[in-house]
Design a protein around this ligand. Structure first.
Ligand code: NI
Length: 131
C-alpha cells in the first residue's frame, strides 16, 4: 500500500533534492526520497548492530601465495554468516569473489575486515544493506 503525505521543505533543500533526482536519474522525487529514507534506515540498523544482509566483493590475483587458502579458511570460520559465494575468473591472473552475508552487523563487519585486509587482496568492499 502506498500512502501520500505532504512535506514542507526550504527552497535550498528542494533544489538540492531536484539536482539529486537528476544526477541519479530517479524517475521522480518520491523515488529519490524513498531511496534516501531507506539508506538512513539501513545505516541505522548497521549502527545498532541489528540483523542485516550485505555482500563482500573481493578482487585478487589467485597466483599470490596463500590468498585462496586464507580466503577459504576465514569463510569456513564464518559459516553462520555466509549465505552463498560466487567466483568469477576475470582474466589470466585476476579473480572476483562475491560473498552474500546475513547476520549481526558487527559480525559481518569483522568478516569483511578480515577478508578485505588479507595479504594478496587487491581491492575489497563490504556493501551494507538490509531487508
Ligand atoms: Ni578465478
Amino acid at each position: 500500500m502506498v500512502s501520500r503525505f505532504g512535506v514542507s521543505l526550504d527552497k535550498d533543500i528542494l533544489d538540492d533534492l531536484d539536482s539529486f533526482v537528476k544526477t541519479h536519474q530517479f524517475p521522480n522525487r518520491s523515488q529519490a526520497i524513498r531511496y534516501l529514507i531507506q539508506n538512513a534506515i539501513v545505516e541505522e540498523k548497521w549502527i545498532e548492530d541489528k540483523e542485516v544482509v550485505g555482500a563482500i566483493i573481493l578482487v585478487y590475483d589467485h597466483h599470490k601465495k596463500n590468498v585462496v587458502n586464507n580466503l577459504l579458511e576465514i569463510q569456513h570460520d564464518f559459516l553462520g554468516s555466509i549465505l552463498s559465494s560466487q567466483h568469477a575468473h576475470l582474466d589470466h591472473n585476476n579473480c572476483m569473489e562475491t560473498i552474500i552475508l546475513k547476520g549481526k552487523a558487527s559480525q559481518l563487519k569483522v568478516l569483511g575486515n578480515r577478508l578485505i585486509s588479507l595479504k594478496g587482496i587487491k581491492h575489497g568492499k563490504l556493501v551494507m544493506t538490509a531487508v
